[in-house]
Design a protein around this ligand. Structure first.
Ligand code: GMT
Length: 378
């Protein structure tokens, strides 16, 4: 199939999922066209069947806001015509589902029918999409998609609760390339990061308020009072300065390593013992899954789709949002016994196997096929 993928090209989870999906689909023989405003961060190599088409929005003095969705919908029309793209898969409802619908309508004028598959990722529903200023357009775009998927059961329920949805929503969970996150990873350089007796705690996110990174620091502060430990913080975002100040105030700056944005998550996770994800909301928690695939136990909040991924008492523990004391207690419980830690780490990897990309990607292929067959009978 020739598949157009629209996504955010940034380090955010939805862009990562879209990129990994496109790359795997290309390995399975499909021709993939990424259409977005920058080359997606995890898309390092373009090849015969992986293409990238940049959307540019020219500045004009009259434009107070640049009309990205207008440029995107035009680009989609042009690329569908030029490359004979058969299906458009848009990740993140805003504004991608809306722009894709406009493109579909324009193409119909020329007798071209391209089905739209929309994948809902989380904040497009729970944080931004349900804002009264966007809600009408988001509801419309979801209802007009030919197929809608959500990355967890919890996100599906949130969508049905927050919007007036007439369409079916199929849950297709996020997935992981287990080979990439194998715990037998050869280049693992633990010794560079911590002493033999120190436990390595990791947090990876875009350091936005919704991730509650301050809780990460508080939990780590409690952990390092009980046992030798280092904290690896990966990602960039608006909370960075606040948390650096928090670390200084608590006198733990020498135990916290800031990595900034990284494309080498696998190399950082390979030496991690425990992953912290105390988020306010999280539709799935891809970062937790990446950690689990690297045999890292997870201490998280119990919000949104996280309980579908991190299993309480098996791969880690879940607590109410903001319950730093409980999260600290659970973290210390796991870390303070070597055998217990190994069991949690092993279990984490075992739970991650459920999300093997070889199991999940065919679900998307089946959805593309079904929407295409439906189109042909229209
Ligand atoms: O905040 C993020 O983690 C980025 C955001 C995005 O849309 O790029 O992530 C959302 O999509 C990920 C991939 O499906 C999910 O794993 C994250 O849980 C979700 N984030 C939130 O719901 C806050």
């Amino acid at each position: 199939m020739k598949i157009g993928i629209v996504c955010y090209p940034t380090f955010g989870g939805s862009g990562v999922v879209a990129t990994e999906l496109g790359l795997e689909l290309s390995k399975r023989g499909h021709e993939i066209h990424f259409i977005t405003y920058n080359q997606p961060v995890r898309l390092e190599l373009l090849s015969n069947n992986v293409h990238y088409h940049e959307v540019t929005v020219p500045e004009y003095p009259l434009f107070h806001y640049l009309p990205y969705e207008l440029a995107l919908s035009s680009k989609l029309v042009d690329m569908v015509k030029l490359h004979k793209i058969e299906v458009l898969h848009v990740h993140y409802a805003i504004p991608h589902a809306y722009a894709a619908y406009m493109a579909k309508k324009m193409l119909q004028e020329d007798g071209i029918y391209v089905p739209i598959v929309t994948t809902l990722h989380g904040t497009d529903i729970t944080l931004v999409g349900s804002h009264p200023f966007y809600k009408t357009a988001v509801t419309f775009s979801i209802n007009k998609s030919d197929a809608v998927t959500s990355v967890s059961q919890s996100l599906k329920e949130d969508t049905l609760r927050l919007f007036d949805i007439k369409n079916d929503i199929t849950v297709v969970p996020n997935f992981i390339d287990l080979d990439k996150y194998s715990n037998s990873f050869k280049g693992c350089q633990r010794a560079m990061m911590a002493k033999e007796n120190e436990k390595i705690i990791t947090h990876i996110s875009n350091l936005r308020a919704v991730k509650r990174v301050k809780d990460v620091i508080s939990i780590f502060y409690n952990i390092q009072k009980k046992l030798p430990a280092k904290l690896m913080l990966v990602g960039e975002g608006p909370e960075r300065e606040n948390i650096e100040m928090q670390c200084q105030k608590l006198g733990i700056s020498d135990k916290v390593v800031f990595f900034g944005k990284s494309n080498e998550i696998d190399k950082i996770l390979c030496f991690s013992d425990l992953f912290l994800l105390p988020s306010e909301t999280e539709s799935f928690g891809l970062a937790a899954l990446e950690a689990m695939a690297s045999s890292t136990a997870v201490i998280s909040s119990n919000t949104g789709g996280i309980p579908e991924v991190n299993i309480h008492g098996v791969s880690g523990f879940l607590s109410d949002v903001g319950d730093v004391e409980d999260m600290s207690k659970n973290a210390i419980y796991i870390l303070s016994d070597e055998n217990r830690l190994e069991t949690f780490k092993r279990n984490a990897r075992k739970e991650a196997l459920k999300y093997d990309l070889h199991k999940i990607v065919p679900q998307y292929e089946a959805i593309y096929q079904a929407t295409l067959s439906r189109c042909l009978t229209l």
